[in-house]
Design a protein around this ligand. Structure first.
Ligand code: SF4
Length: 367
């Protein structure tokens, strides 16, 4: 039998939901597409190609090349991040042995080995690394929407640090881990010393041992359900769609089942739509009673607020009547301030505004 192989993302998926791990890595069912994951992969590919080019040519920047590499079809979100990256990044001079998207693998004794070899037991890919004297530096590209204030020395980061020292720069004393948040052009750093790296193989082995003794791979429904990408293969999700008493719960037990059903429906909706769209793209529209599920033309308008306001005022509408049509929302304002890199102004605007508190019932995380 083929030996199991691990990576940090495998361990992480098991931690989030053992059933999802089993379905993806043991049953080899591919995960449904996910916009955030696809954006991350696209950006990582673009940045890696750009860095490889800069290293090969010895130039600190190459905007012409970067402009030409901009994908035509990608989401505007991804293109914005890419533009921000190449317009602000310059390759520093004199980096020691830099590497881009370096694939590292370790055998069962945690010794470096070939990435695609049979004995590769644990694999990792390091986005960008280089040396500065006795310091190893890892840069990890992030497309997250949240930028933490500080970076915890979690096992994932320590694993990268350990891998770098073990496979590439054995003589370094410390590893500086720099997280570069492409969405905002911000960076956070954490320094890993020998003490932080010493226990990494033992900690990874302990996590792997838990997986290897598991015979059931029990599903653990929760907020990750919308992201696991395998909900149609999940027993919790399919069971939750049955009993009639959950439609009108009378007891706490039935109410709990109803909540589980509601969560299921919410999470499945997106994924079902994504899979059905794929099918329709390939095979054409589907008829459902007197409706058709298929492609249609949608027209959207990018309205110029100032021009619209001026037009309406010129047409004799009162300013008070026009103002609410502009529809500023807190979420819109929050996004706008973040984009302008002035999130501090949001608190001040909110403190100046009238507000009311209402109660809403929805899913929330356990504190
Ligand atoms: S839907 Fe939830 S419980 Fe089911 S496999 Fe996915 S994460 Fe696990």
């Amino acid at each position: 039998m083929k030996k199991s192989q691990y990576s940090f993302s495998r361990l992480d998926l098991y931690e989030r939901c053992p059933w999802a791990y089993k379905t993806v890595y043991l049953d080899r069912i591919p995960r449904a597409k996910n916009e955030a994951r696809e954006t991350g992969q696209l950006l990582h590919g673009l940045v890696a190609d750009y860095l490889n080019r800069l290293i090969a040519t010895g130039h600190p920047t190459d905007w012409d090349w970067a402009r030409g590499a901009t994908p035509k079809e990608a989401l505007s979100d991804a293109i914005e991040m890419w533009n921000r990256f190449y317009e602000t990044f310059a390759m520093p001079e004199g980096l020691g042995s830099p590497g881009v998207e370096n694939r590292l693998a370790f055998d069962a004794s945690w010794q470096p080995c070939e990435f695609f070899s049979e004995e590769a037991y644990f694999r990792m890919v390091i986005d960008f690394h280089f040396r500065q004297d006795s310091l190893g530096v890892i840069v990890d590209w992030k497309t997250n929407r949240e930028v933490p204030q500080t970076v915890a020395k979690d096992l994932q980061l320590r694993t990268y640090g350990w891998g770098l020292k073990q496979a590439l720069y054995p003589e370094i004393q410390e590893v500086l881990l720099r997280l570069h948040f492409l969405r905002y052009g911000k960076e956070r750093e954490v320094m890993l010393i020998s003490h932080d790296l010493a226990e990494v193989p033992d900690e990874l082995e302990a996590r792997i041992a838990t997986i290897e003794v598991d015979k059931n791979y029990d599903p653990t429904p929760g907020s990750f359900c919308g992201l696991c990408g395998i909900t149609p293969y999940c027993p919790v999700m399919s069971k939750a769609l049955a009993p009639i008493e959950v439609l009108a719960p009378a007891t706490r037990e039935q109410a709990e089942k109803a909540a589980s059903l509601l969560l299921t429906l919410q999470k499945m909706e997106k994924e079902l739509a994504a899979r059905l769209k794929e099918w329709v793209k390939e095979n054409g529209p589907v008829q459902v009673g007197d409706l058709v599920y298929g492609p249609m033309e949608v027209v959207s308008y990018d309205l110029n607020t100032k021009a619209v306001v001026e037009f309406l005022l010129n047409e004799g509408l009162e300013r008070e009547a026009v103002w609410p049509l502009l529809g500023i929302t807190k979420t819109g304002l929050e996004r706008g301030m973040k984009k302008l890199q002035r999130p501090d102004l949001l608190k001040r605007i909110l403190s100046l505004s009238n507000h009311k508190t209402t109660e809403r019932i929805d899913f929330r995380r356990n504190p």
